[in-house]
Design a protein around this ligand. Sequence first.
Ligand SMILES: [Zn+2]
Length: 157
Amino acid sequence: MHIPARILHAGTFEVSHVEFECTRCGHRATAEVKAYGHGMATAWVAGPEVAERHAAVDARANAKRTLRTARCPSCHRRRPGALLAFWSPLAILVVSAIAAGFGFAYLPAVIGLTIHDDGMLHWLMPVLLGGSALLVVAIEGPMRWSRLDKRVRWIDD
Ligand SMILES: [Zn+2]
């Protein structure tokens, strides 16, 4: 019997209510945060509803993360380290891509394959993968950063 190991994906935009407390002025507020979530499930283990549930959980986590970097409605400042918190996952992405590039470059040598002129491969793969990740981050990063505060709507209490 053949069981297809299909991966199910689900994406959702959710509006979550998140509590906010400013670390600079102590202001407390509730916000509606619009965030995207992505979920996965393996088809032979679970149905699409599991992927959708994971996506909703991810969206809620993203909403909380978004609010941690948002501007305070009272003092209009961001918490210390907000910039770092925003950019560090993107920096990790670039570093991982470079590491993966080195992995691919040295894989033939590790498994005993001899490739003619593998010296070029050793620098080309990390540069290629790292470069494309950097390009994605350079385009996507500032765009996400500029949209950040637009996804937050403060609710008057
Ligand atoms: Zn504040």
